[in-house]
Design a protein around this ligand. Structure first.
Ligand code: 6R9
Length: 649
């Protein structure tokens, strides 16, 4: 079927009111390439600066010398942009609408309230010894305090590092240590799907690990009142300390290139990387994309269902929307609790206009059938968005028809932790939609496709997705490891940023992301390195060797398929499978739970000892007929054996 049969043209009524129609998009995009200095100097005016930037763009994508600076002589403060500057015009407008895990729990914070509490928290952090340039780790539930903590750090020039609340104590410890955080902010427990998660216990456990003694203080929000251990001198109740603080806290003037936050993400090798994002360019990119891609109009209720532990939560729950003075809905729970209709019910309850979610959530609902949305009308919705992984056309159509009542354009937004904000996506008043395609680049973004040798490919074709020049929201480095930043992103294809994604471009120039081309899995929109899971497994006494690959999964997009070679003398058993599953969950977190474990007496290797993952991926996907060239295998019989004992038949 040709792509052309699936085009949803821009709706006239939408284009008439949108921030950008076709002509505007084309003119602005062209200008952003022809005159980046002029274009971005103008756009920078959407932020409030203490000192306006005069130097706009200084970016070098040289393999040996990657140097990315935007607006480098400007000074500003992100919290002022997200809070103070709205007080006069919209102080009493909601900034955050919070919907608790329990449908009876919700509250609203106005810009004035959010400002006041953020300032109090900022003063509290100062009283704990946090100063400009220090790092603070946040391990928090989806509660307004998480947004306040990010903004409070920004206010005093501290650098936040948010760690997703689903990560294990070991994963948390590694991140506290790498960031060198003096203070950890957490809660007694978080609540998700009616279950309590022991955040504070996890922090306690994490801080017993070697190298975490940098963390001198733990600030604890009381969310549930559950039982927790207390370490006098280290642990401080949030309500004891914060409530007594002054709500006057002058904001630090930060250089545009001063770090705003670190966020860890998985790569194909080694430990997670702390991507470093800076203040000016990041905030501008987040705010501008939030306005144009979601076509955000004043007063609308906007809901991004991500967790603040991921980059989507950073850019599109906190920084982008708040910089734009938007009303951002923050949801503590999960879409399936108390019933599968919850997402629609939250939309109706708060009259949500824009809903930004993940394909995995759509597919999970779709699996229950159309009736799953019967408990809600969703007639307040105007626009839908998708992020985190490729959305298959069936899920796109279902999202459009059932959730959006055939009334709402869908913006499929491709981007990454590294890119800071949306890179390829339709603008709803400007771009005709094709289900499954992230469509066209945002202003200033120059995507290209290259073959494996790095040759640029023209026209309708498929290849590796690279970006040819810098954009303001780009990560500047990896925390304390610039060399790794160069290695990871700028050595594969010289002079270009390599995304790690494969992509097709059609005859209309539309981009279709096909998924990772490296050893990174995308499970329910969560990024995970196969190497991380493998190193966790081989640390178990029973395991001699392990290889992890992704396989197609109806709901998660990709599932985790593990081949395990047991140590000598260890017998395979179902108990051992359970034990290994628990081991990985405990080591990394529940998001890394294996879906399938297959015992592998041997793994297919080249004669030089490299595991041939290509073959393992095929076997996991049940594509055993097309294994391709196996002539380089050291022992071909290994493959027969694995096929015969496939775990999924
Ligand atoms: C924002 C975010 C990034 C990886 C990225 C790609 C995949 C994200 C996508 C998409 C197809 C989309 N991805 N959005 N693939 N279409 N609309 O998810 O960041 O967690 O760093 O993941 O996710 O593979 O490289 P992050």
């Amino acid at each position: 079927m040709s792509d052309q049969q699936h085009v949803y043209p821009v709706r006239e009524d939408f284009a008439a009111k949108a921030w950008a129609d076709k002509a505007t998009y084309q003119a602005m995009y062209q200008r952003s390439l022809d005159d980046p200095e002029g274009f971005w100097a103008e756009q920078a005016k959407r932020l409030d600066w203490f000192t306006s930037p005069t130097k706009i763009k200084h970016t070098v994508f040289d393999t040996h010398n990657v140097d990315i600076r935007w607006f480098e002589d400007g000074t500003l403060n992100a919290s002022v942009n997200c809070l103070d500057r709205h007080l006069e015009t919209r102080g009493d407008q909601p900034a955050i609408i919070w919907e608790g895990d329990d449908p009876k729990d919700s509250k609203t914070l106005t810009y004035r309230q959010l400002h006041e509490r953020t300032c109090q928290l900022a003063n509290a952090l100062k009283s704990l010894g946090v100063a400009r340039g220090d790092t603070v780790t946040l391990y928090m539930p989806m509660i307004p305090e998480a947004a306040m903590a990010m903004l409070a750090c920004a206010r005093i020039g501290a650098i936040h590092s948010v760690v997703f609340g689903g990560f294990s104590p070991d994963a948390l410890a590694q991140r506290v240590k790498d960031a060198g955080s003096k203070v950890v902010i957490t809660a007694d427990e978080s609540v998700r799907g009616g279950k309590n998660v022991p955040l504070k216990d996890n922090v306690d456990a994490a801080l017993t690990r070697e190298g975490t003694d940098v963390a001198e203080k733990v600030l604890v929000v009381q969310r549930t009142g559950g039982d927790i251990e207390w370490q006098d001198g280290r642990d401080v109740w949030y309500h004891d300390l914060v409530d007594q603080q002054s709500s006057d806290c002058p904001a630090e003037p930060m250089g545009a290139e001063d770090p705003l936050f670190i966020l860890y993400t998985s790569g194909s090798t080694g430990t997670p990387k702390g991507l470093k994002h800076t203040t000016g360019g990041y905030l501008l990119h987040a705010a501008m994309t939030h306005q144009y891609v979601f076509d955000y109009q004043d007063g609308e209720i906007y809901w991004c269902t991500a967790d603040v532990g991921w980059v989507t939560g950073h850019s599109y729950i906190v920084y982008g929307p708040l910089a734009n003075g938007a009303i951002s809905l923050m949801f503590e729970g999960v879409p399936s609790y108390p019933t599968n209709g919850r997402m629609g019910e939250v939309v109706d309850k708060h009259k949500v206009n824009i809903l930004y979610t993940a394909p995995t959530a759509v597919r999970a609902l779709m699996a229950h059938g159309d009736n799953v949305m019967d408990s809600s009308k969703r007639d307040s919705l105007r626009l839908l968005g998708s992020v985190g992984e490729p959305i298959n056309p069936e899920a796109w159509e279902w999202f459009y028809r059932v959730i959006g009542n055939e009334q709402c354009p869908i913006v499929d937004t491709w981007w990454q932790t590294e890119t800071g904000g949306i890179m390829i996506a339709p603008l709803p008043g400007a771009t005709d939609l094709k289900p499954g395609s992230a469509t066209l680049p945002f202003f200033g973004v120059q995507p290209a496709l290259v073959d494996n040798e790095g040759n640029l490919l023209e026209g309708a074709t498929e290849g590796n997705l690279v970006i040819l020049d810098s954009w303001p929201g780009q990560a500047r480095s990896i925390w304390k490891n610039h060399e790794r930043f160069l290695q990871t992103y700028f050595t594969t294809y010289k002079g270009m940023y390599f995304t790690g994604d494969g992509c097709r471009r059609d005859e209309d120039g539309y981009y279709w992301i096909t998924g990772r081309v490296d050893d990174v899995l995308n499970v329910s929109g969560h990024r995970m390195g196969t190497a991380e899971i493998e190193s966790s497994l081989v640390a178990h006494d029973a395991v001699a060797e392990a290889a992890v690959v992704g396989f197609p999964h109806d709901i998660k997009g990709q599932g985790i398929y593990i081949y395990v070679t047991l140590a000598d003398g260890v017998e395979p058993s179902d108990e051992l499978k359970k034990e290994l599953t628990q081991w990985v969950r405990k080591d990394i977190g529940p998001i890394a739970s294996p879906d399938v474990i297959q015992w592998a007496p041997g793994l297919p290797k080249t004669r030089s000892g490299k595991i041939m993952r290509r073959i393992l991926r095929k076997i996991a996907a049940n594509e055993c007929d097309g294994l391709g060239d196996t002539s380089t295998l050291a022992d071909p019989s290994v493959v027969e054996e694995l096929i015969e004992h496939r775990a999924i038949k």
